[in-house]
Design a protein around this ligand. Structure first.
Ligand SMILES: NC(=O)c1ccc[n+]([C@@H]2O[C@H](COP(=O)([O-])OP(=O)(O)OC[C@H]3O[C@@H](n4cnc5c(N)ncnc54)[C@H](OP(=O)(O)O)[C@@H]3O)[C@@H](O)[C@H]2O)c1
Length: 187
């Protein structure tokens, strides 16, 4: 992403998880019980300040009316396809995330990663996060839910995973009675 003297954009991940580390229920839907108004407000503020949002196909289908620059991985095409000037689908088996980001002009300064699980994983594998904003609703428990990180069901292991990816806990803020936001940053 440094091609043509382009600067590496700031990449910020966002997730809200249950006490057993899930981002969605057993049907793959995000239940209302996992939403925190304050977290949603902060999330939307950051999306408004970002040049590109990377998100999964399902999240896109929920929020397709938002006119923001969106980059969506999918297995359903080969290469990439701009459906509109602010909406690009790409297949990571054919084009890297870095190359897909470079398709947008002007080159982005700030990128938000909205998930879900496969999208978080793609960024962890192919790039990295400068920051991760992780909100936890400890009182929520989603039986057979979709985990934030594949195979991880304990908060202590989520923390360990993020730290092993080169980030440290910087701030911790209570957002409402049952939601706490943890901001991790690169060293
Ligand atoms: N709690 C939270 O913070 C949070 C955050 C985000 C999402 N969610 C919830 O989690 C659920 C799933 O989210 P999601 O569907 O947006 O995301 P996802 O599970 O990460 O991705 C779903 C789809 O995106 C495509 N995709 C993602 N990564 C890919 C990769 N590396 N290579 C190729 N294709 C890839 C695939 O689409 P194709 O089938 O087209 O190949 C995949 O089926 C939704 O209910 C959503 O609301 C919760």
């Amino acid at each position: 992403m440094k091609k043509n003297n382009q600067k590496i954009p700031i990449i910020i991940g966002h997730a809200i998880i249950s006490g057993n580390c899930c981002i969605a229920d057993d049907k793959g839907n995000m239940p209302e019980s996992l939403i925190s108004e304050k977290d949603w407000e902060l999330f939307q503020e950051d999306l408004d300040q970002s040049d590109i949002i990377i998100l999964g196909r399902r999240s896109y289908e929920y929020f397709h009316n938002k006119r923001r620059n969106r980059l969506i991985p999918t297995t359903q095409i080969q290469g990439y396809h701009f459906q509109d000037k602010d909406l690009c689908f790409f297949n990571p088996s054919f084009i890297s995330l870095e190359e897909a980001i470079s398709l947008f002009t002007p080159h982005p300064k700030k990128i938000a990663v909205a998930g879900g699980q496969k999208v978080y994983e793609l960024v962890f594998e192919q790039l990295f996060y400068h920051q991760f904003h992780l909100s936890i609703k400890m009182d929520q428990f989603l039986i057979n839910g979709q985990p934030f990180i594949k195979g991880i069901t304990k908060i202590v292991d989520v923390r360990k995973y993020i730290e092993e990816k080169g980030m440290q806990l910087k701030t911790e803020k209570k957002l409402d009675s049952d939601t706490t936001q943890y901001v991790y940053s690169r060293f």
